[in-house]
Write a protein that binds this ligand. Structure first.
Ligand code: FAQ
Length: 328
């Protein structure tokens, strides 16, 4: 056990059983040389399966991730913030298009991916299963969740699967704008009235634990980390990315006069590693399995969009009537 979660026993599984050893050796040598894999290159079945799983989850996270902030478009304080929020939400929806395209290169259709999302078979990021009850929540999401996403995506954009890396590079450019927008909103609140400061502190208190979960379970409990890092799909472990977040953002949060809701969070001067309280990993596993505060609501929105948009997609793919006027 590690805290309240089980350490994974990875010894009993052989995901590479049945692969041609020569092809596998060549594939791994290519990755070791830092070369990229393109969609039509040979790849082990497990590499393909892992990439589909991870990219698909990422795509779902972007489209579901547009929802907590999206509900604030009508209530954003002021025209300029409304415009910026609309642009951000639109960007997140665009990211899901890029990512679904990248996953499609591996052979899974978009329809299958959407069906797996709305049936609950596929996962998406834990953080989007929490509500955003105040404007300050949207500020914390746009600053710190986008910051966390950037840490993950900039790192993994140096990875081995070229179509995913190309998508990540484009996405990160837009996420950097989101981060600046989020930071601007947090600074406004943190340097505003007492009520605004309390609001942003409350929002940070609400989001801290989900943000700890965002980077994935501790390395000892990560199921896929080892093989994904061996194949340079993940370029850093869950714990390393969490540490990177602490290094970059703890000082910035404290600089704004905010407090971090973890009295055990501190940096060991010798190891330079942060220690922190166990962020209740039971809650994390409950939320990613569908039992978070907003899972049902989020999936219901996607299901409705899927059902109500079906006629539009059908009309685009196979028009049933032609309005073309004959030329002669
Ligand atoms: N949420 O073995 P590991 C964004 C699952 S984009 C839900 O360590 P892995 C932009 C994992 O799937 C956010 N599930 O997994 C935005 C596995 O379950 P499975 C998304 C999680 O793959 C900002 C199990 O736990 N980013 O935010 C999570 O090696 C603002 C065991 O875990 C990406 O998807 C989680 N947080 O590492 C949008 C980046 N963590 O599949 C709107 C790409 C773990 O066996 C507003 N993904 N699980 O049933 C990755 O880098 C990796 O997949 C990790 C997880 C790091 C997320």
């Amino acid at each position: 056990m590690y805290g309240n979660i089980s350490i994974i026993d990875k010894s009993s599984k052989d995901p590479l059983a049945g692969e041609d050893p020569n092809m596998l050796e060549e594939f791994e040598a290519k990755i070791a040389r830092g070369e990229k894999i393109e969609a039509n290159d040979w790849m082990p079945k497990e590499y393909r399966r892992q990439l589909i799983r991870m990219i698909e989850q990422h795509a779902h996270s972007e489209i579901i991730g547009a929802l907590p902030e999206g509900t604030w478009i009508t209530r954003a304080p002021g025209f300029r913030r409304k415009m910026a929020l609309m642009a951000k939400v639109q960007d997140e929806s665009g990211h899901c298009q890029l990512l679904y395209n990248a996953a499609e290169t591996l052979g899974k259709t978009r329809e299958d991916m959407i069906n797996d999302l709305i049936s609950g078979k596929s996962k998406y990021s834990n953080v989007f299963n929490y509500p955003a009850p105040t404007w300050a929540d949207t500020a914390v999401i746009a600053w710190l969740i986008d910051a966390s996403a950037i840490i993950n995506q900039v790192t993994n954009s140096k990875g081995s699967y070229a179509p995913y890396c190309r998508a990540l590079e484009r996405i990160c450019m837009e996420e950097s704008f989101h981060l600046r927008y989020g930071y601007d909103n947090v600074v406004t609140l943190a340097t505003g009235t007492k009520y605004q400061r309390e609001q942003v502190q409350d929002a940070l208190n609400r989001w801290w634990r989900p943000i700890m979960h965002f980077f994935g379970p501790p390395d000892v409990a990560s199921v896929h980390g080892e093989i994904l890092m061996r194949w340079k799909v993940k370029m850093a472990s869950n714990d390393d990315m969490r540490q990177q977040f602490f290094n970059q953002y703890v000082p910035k949060i404290l600089e704004l006069g905010l407090t971090i809701p973890d009295e055990n969070l501190k940096k060991d001067p010798e190891t330079k590693k942060w220690t922190y309280s166990d962020p209740d990993w039971d809650e994390f596993f409950r939320v990613i399995k569908g039992d978070g505060p907003c899972n049902k609501e989020r999936i219901a929105v996607r299901r409705r969009a899927e059902e109500e948009g079906r006629w539009v997609r059908a009309a685009l793919v196979k028009p049933t009537m032609s309005y073309a006027v004959p030329l002669s």
